[in-house]
Design a protein around this ligand. Structure first.
Ligand SMILES: Cc1cc2nc3c(=O)[nH]c(=O)nc-3n(C[C@H](O)[C@H](O)[C@H](O)COP(=O)(O)O)c2cc1C
Length: 189
């Protein structure tokens, strides 16, 4: 089973890089899946400019950047979306990255790791309805970091300082995710 940790912020100096790196540290030594960090910024996606609706395109995209993203996302059985909250909703770059594909996401497993002043929980609730539209199997558990309480000022900006209980929380989320992803594998074949 392959699970992608998707770093969903593309901003220079993004806090999300530290959160994603922490998730990658937490998966070290786990033998339930093969985990890989997928940095959205590496794909430099254009704002949706495919003439055919992705749900009807049968993976035949015009834009080479979309094709490269499609090939990468298709490799995985499940995803951990590491998402900030922007203006009480999901970040546009990650929403666009989601919108440009469709069959690549269908019946895959999903979990959400968020961060923001209030833990990014409004973005998570928004994501849950979005992911459901692609028939993704989203676990109940989530990890939502408070940027007010779990970040400290450093010389180069905010330094991520996750609370101790987060290790247990992410362990539970990953357990839910791998079990649900495994249990739904027949729907993807
Ligand atoms: C466009 C924008 C909108 C934001 N809106 C919110 C918000 O609604 N709620 C919140 O908690 N933080 C908000 N923030 C603050 C972010 O939580 C904080 O900047 C965080 O570091 C963003 O993640 P990133 O650095 O990985 O992009 C916003 C930040 C940006 C750039």
């Amino acid at each position: 089973m392959k699970i992608a940790i998707i770093l969903g912020s593309t901003r220079p100096g993004r806090f999300g890089a530290q959160v994603s790196e922490w998730v990658m540290q937490q998966v070290e030594g786990r033998d339930d899946a093969e985990y890989e960090l997928v940095d959205l910024a590496d794909y430099d996606l254009d704002l949706l400019n495919e003439p055919t609706v992705p749900g009807a395109a049968k993976r035949q995209y015009d834009n080479p950047k979309t094709r490269r993203w499609s090939t990468k996302i298709d490799e995985f059985d499940g995803y951990v979306f590491v998402t900030p909250e922007y203006n009480h909703g999901v970040p546009a770059a990650l929403k666009n990255a989601f919108d440009v594909l469709y069959p690549e996401w269908v019946h895959k497993g999903a979990a959400l790791v968020s961060y923001g002043a209030d833990g990014g929980v409004r973005a998570v609730e928004h994501w849950r309805t979005i992911l459901a539209n692609a028939q993704m199997h989203v676990v109940r558990g989530q990890v939502s970091f408070s940027t007010m309480l779990e970040a400290e000022s450093g010389e180069d900006g905010e330094v991520f300082a996750p609370a101790e209980r987060r290790t247990k929380e992410i362990g539970n989320v990953l357990r839910q995710l791998t079990r649900l992803t495994e249990a739904t594998s027949s729907l993807r074949s």
